[in-house]
Design a protein around this ligand. Sequence first.
Ligand code: UDP
Length: 372
Amino acid sequence: MKYDFLVIGSGISGATVAERLASSGKKVLVIDAKSHVGGNCYDFRDPNGICVHQYGTHIFHTNDKTVWDYLSRFTQWHPYTHKVLAQIDGALIPIPFNLNSIRQVFPPTMATRLEEKLVDEFGFGARTTILELRQKSDPDLKLLGDYVYEKVFLHYTLKQWGMKPEELDPAVTARVPIFVSRDDRYFHDKYQAIPREGYTAMIQKMLDHPNIELKLNTPFSAIRDTIPPEMPIYSTGSIDEFFDYSFGILPYRSVRFDFVEYAQEFFQPVACVNYPCNYDFTRIGEYKHFLNDKSDKTVISFEYSSAFELGQNERCYPISHPQNAELYNRYRDEAQKKFPNVHFLGRLGDYKYYDMDKAVARALALTEGKSA
Ligand code: UDP
């Protein structure tokens, strides 16, 4: 096949771009360095019939109907509402921290006072952030802010990022707000679900197009010399890799998942339990909750965060920091000057902490009108 486009990476961003181009009649080569499609969304059925997410729990959630409708062409959905508990002083408490969490951790009179103060200050149904709450001068709200900071955010964030919450881009901790309501859901988006046959099956279906050729186990470096210099490329790989790290390595956080099978039906009541203060792992995921898989066994994963090290582990989270943005922009400027035919996208290509829906929206926007 003679190709019109090269797409580097078969994760959710690469698959969206490839599908859009292919459906508009273009011939597309998709390469992936890994032995499977799906990037970090990859999942598989284990011998017990449990759909395991190899790179940790992935929950699709969006308010973007365009993205929802687009992905719905490639999968049916299993409606799933994500709820997270955190082990705090030995009890399992709803996260994001909310009025129910307050009831569980404080004595009743104190809880009532805190609830009233929160409702007066922010209004029922409002959301705030840990950084905002801690700035309140009211002694009760301050006490609450300090409690949630210490018990939920500080040690988790130190484990996850190697930084204190106040040292991080505020947008990161704001992903997990504090709710002035009794809503225990982790996400409040209109659409929340898991692909019924899993993410891998959905992405395979996106790539299953006569105009797409897929080559796995194929890093860009292996085929670079065979690609005509003017060929349009959509790269979802890390931008520093495209340039052989000539300006330095972009930092990421990585996660190691230690999978363990238990001969019991369930390990924990929900798919995700966070351990902000205890242990060295951040959280435990239990996979059978997502698709309601039936088995007398269960599979869980312990998540250990660390710095990304080239060739040693996977890139999982870009680290939003001015110094890293500067390095990223240096690469991007170089790309625009020397390789105007190469577009970068995705969590790694854009170096942005995208959720899956944002990655798809970005891929759709980038290919809109370009492919016809
Ligand atoms: N976070 C925390 N304690 C928690 C949950 C989250 O401190 O119990 C902070 C932490 O810094 C984390 C960030 O909030 O990295 C975003 O959490 P989220 O659950 O969105 O992370 P993801 O699921 O993307 O790893």
